[in-house]
Design a protein around this ligand. Sequence first.
Ligand SMILES: Cc1cc2nc3c(=O)[nH]c(=O)nc-3n(C[C@H](O)[C@H](O)[C@H](O)COP(=O)(O)OP(=O)(O)OC[C@H]3O[C@@H](n4cnc5c(N)ncnc54)[C@H](O)[C@@H]3O)c2cc1C
Length: 391
Amino acid sequence: MVDFTLTDEQQDIRALAHEFAEREIRPKAWDYDRDSTFPRDVVEQAWELGLMNSHVPGEYGGPGLDYLTSCLIEEELGWGCSGIGTSLMCNGLAGAPVLLGGSDEVKRRYLGMLIEEPRLASFCLTEPDAGSDVSAMRTTAVRSGDKYVVNGTKCFITNGSHASWYAVYAKTDREAGHRGISAFVVPRDADGVTVDKKEDKLGQRASDTAMISFNDVEIPAGNLLGDENKGFKLAMMTLDRTRPGVAAMATGIAQAAFEYARDYSKERIQFGVPIAMHQAIQFMIADMSTKVEAARLLTWKSAALLDRGQRNTLASSHAKRFAADSAMEVAVDAVRVYGGYGFIKEYPVEKLMRDAKIMQLYEGTSQIQRLVIAREVLMPHRAEEPAAATA
Ligand SMILES: Cc1cc2nc3c(=O)[nH]c(=O)nc-3n(C[C@H](O)[C@H](O)[C@H](O)COP(=O)(O)OP(=O)(O)OC[C@H]3O[C@@H](n4cnc5c(N)ncnc54)[C@H](O)[C@@H]3O)c2cc1C
């Protein structure tokens, strides 16, 4: 029998994350969005409370939470503000390839860094000419004795300006397409690492998104993650593990938009009655509620499979695609319920609409999720082969 009951520990962590989002994130979220302020203070508070680095195992000093529990945190942070939530959760994305492929020494050094202090790390896959098509990347890593020399430029890197280290994907065999990619840890303080540009964004404006260049950056050969030329597989395994978290954050945005719309519809009077009395509004609220519920269940399933050690590629793309598209739809409908006020910055829902858009884009666009889903359901025997996929 399927049991959706959360354990006492999961309920406590969820309540802690919700309270943190309500007390520390919400009061700042709209100001930080307006001014594009990086939430350094919230990072420090969340780190102090143990709401960051949830996947880092106990042996490396982390809380070693399971994926489902982490999703509960991510939904609540997304409910508070997904821009701030993205800043808090990006260590999970950068840390996943290290956990999957790093040597014990690399794990201890770089995951340990995140646990010892409120530091950040970034995941560097995307390039100006290589977004959905990762195999088009031009960044190279050339072996030279006991080092690799990295050259190239990565764009749209979350927390890029603030990271202490980067998980960087680079070609170690330029002629081999996706089979020539390897992953490395590059420390921020290595010579030749520069932050070139901070992006000015439509939504999630509190999160930092930067372009990072690597110019003849020398790193120890031991910073290779996994085997040489197996980086694409590592990236796909990473995204299987992080897409449930993105889906959870999208669910948090949808939940927030639904709550604002529900409450407003009971207060706003038109034609002598609260607009919630008009069936057209009721049906919109009903559909919003269903989408939130369905997004959450798909998210939990994709995380629960991981926790049971099962392959979750299909489930995580279902969850990410559906939750992201639902967040967008629910946020647009929340603006509709608010009418003209929905378009005004003094009211909360226009921010949610802008924030929701990125959920359909990063960690693989909704089109790319559909490609993955189609491959999984049409050609399950080829499911282990790579499809177009992105960060
Ligand atoms: C705010 C923000 C934060 C980000 N954070 C990170 C990060 O931390 N690390 C990182 O590496 N990247 C990050 N990204 C990059 C993000 O993952 C990419 O932007 C995304 O994968 C899409 O790539 P692209 O922008 O190059 O679009 P393109 O790949 O150029 O896509 C353009 C359009 O074509 C569609 N398309 C492309 N190929 C196909 C296809 N085969 N079939 C159907 N449709 C297709 C896409 O769905 C999209 O609609 C971030 C991006 C943003 C905006």
